[in-house]
Write a protein that binds this ligand. Sequence first.
Ligand code: ADP
Ligand code: MG
Length: 682
Amino acid sequence: MAELSTDVQYIKGIGPQRAKALQKVGVTTLEDLVSYFPRSYEDRREVCTIAQLQPGQSACVRAMVAAPPTLSRIRKGLELVKFRAVDETGALDITYFNQAYRKNEFHEGQTYVFFGQAEGNLLRRQMNNPAAEPEGKGEVTGRIVPVYPLTAGVSQTLLRRAVTQGLSACSELLPDLLPDELRLAQGLCRVEYAYQNIHFPADEQALTIARRRLVFEELFLLSLALGRLRSRRTGDRVPPCQDVDLTPFLEALPFSLTAAQRRCVDEALGDMRSGRPMNRLCQGDVGSGKTMVAAACAYFMVKNGRQAALMAPTEILAEQHFQGLAPLLEPLDLRCALLTGSVKGKRRRELLEALSAGDIDLVIGTHALISQDVAYRDLGLVITDEQHRFGVQQRSALSKKGQGTHILVMSATPIPRTLALILYGDLDISVIDQLPPGRQKIDTFAVGSSYHPRLYDFLRRQIQEGRQAYIVCPLVEEGEEGPDERKAVREYAEKLQREVFPDLRVSFLHGRMKPKEKEAVMAAFAARESDILVSTTVIEVGVDVPNATVMVVENAERFGLSQLHQLRGRVGRGRHKSYCILVSDPKTEETRQRLRVMTRTNDGFQIAEEDLRLRGPGDFLGQRQHGLPALHLADLSCDARLLEEARAAAGNLLEQDPDLAAHPAIRQRVQALLEKNAGAMN
Ligand code: ADP
Ligand code: MG
């Protein structure tokens, strides 16, 4: 008697050899096998006549082999098996390439069902390499046929047969993880039906029903896992913070906080007073003023007598936060310090001592903050800025530097709600859904490279009016910059300086410059000592120079929409009308469409939704390490409804049975999910 954990080689009809092939697609147990879902389906229910075949379309046709197949070797490495098949409406020429064995598979006078793409024309119909089965003995004709993801050495036929065997071996074994009540309330089918029909659907409707059940189950388990993580965290007790009068802080600001900023601050303060550790994501579009939310929280924590740390993804950004916040907070008796990789030697030793002695209240820095030798006296609050740039591990590494540490995560990448629920499902979310007053729409244009002369004229006019400009160039993949880009940036800057703007000041910046150099370049740009800054995407995150009003992005097609939105967010930060110019010669309609989205809207969330739809979640996030667990069936860009339902159901179940003690099968699956994603999910 088989079990779900049985090695597939012991399943009737599979055996060691096929088991070995199946291993190549990651299938070793019976459970793996039946959970190896098709990537698409072919509809072979309709069998048509030869006359009905439409060139260019795939179809099933029933026909009799009219003459014995012939084998010919055209040249070395090319063998053709050809024969003609007929029915009462016409003839069909069939050819197999490099499958010599086919010669003996088909017999004159016998009828087969062929499935493939019809080619040729209405007078002479052809099919190349069709799938074929003798009439009446078909395994796959007359039904919707699964198409599995394959690797070399594994064929569709092998998988289809193995799955068929697997399904019959485990018909009684599949546990229905979903409690009956829930299953019925959600209108979901039984587990056997779901597995049977996800592989071999009786019809479209059966497939929809099966898929819905399995997607729900997947999202339900994921939601449970996230819920457990969250309660594991919030189960901790920490000394509640005392209320603090924020008036001195608010009065020191050159502006009043927007209502949305106030709300986020209040939500975070509420968490910190609650006696449970805060785990909050503060999401706000570029320019929505997240830094001040962070500052308010840091002020609150320090006035509670504990330390706060603000971690930024780049030195430039850490530096800028420090330059902006220290003058604001030091007069309010917060002792601030900057700790980055370029703080070295004696200065660093002194700083570390001061941190561990509690002589520094707010430390701002890069991931230098989580170096081994950095210790805090009492780290009460950890803020990570631009969270998507960090691995989840770094966030938790920093919080582990303290006891009972609160976490505030800030992200400017507007993440579509479905993704946020999964990526940050263990966090509470605040959204700054309002920009500070007086912000103007950034006019965005997509232009071809032939537009360069006019573009340069435009830059010159802006600079003559006292403004500054960024040019991002040219090729940048997510993550690392390559040597070519650094070279390209320098050469482009030099060329501009020499040939186009000899009278203006052009500077450049890339990720591999020494921190001191980068700092100097940024500081000079911020101090208006440079008119045009040519850069790689190192300026993508956070940089704030309100006098800059033009963002030019060369080769804009190489960027994701959300990244373009981030880049665009570098301008439009001051009083002046700002512009974003995307230079690209798009080769495909899709690229053109993507760029058009940018010219149509300034709304980061809308752009993110579009980006997710166009690129899928994997690409959207750039890298695996961002914490998205692999989903087998669910498609986050269209299963949003189901995700909400699954989350609600998971919430209910956890409320009744927090440890899942009464649901051991679910508990086991959730545990496995947490273990499998240990790196990403905590
Ligand atoms: P984010 O980090 O969300 O992209 P920042 O915190 O860098 O945005 O803020 C963008 C700009 O808006 C900064 O120059 C900041 O000083 C300014 N700012 C922030 N909050 C307000 C506000 N309530 N009113 C006016 N300006 C603000
Ligand atoms: Mg910011």
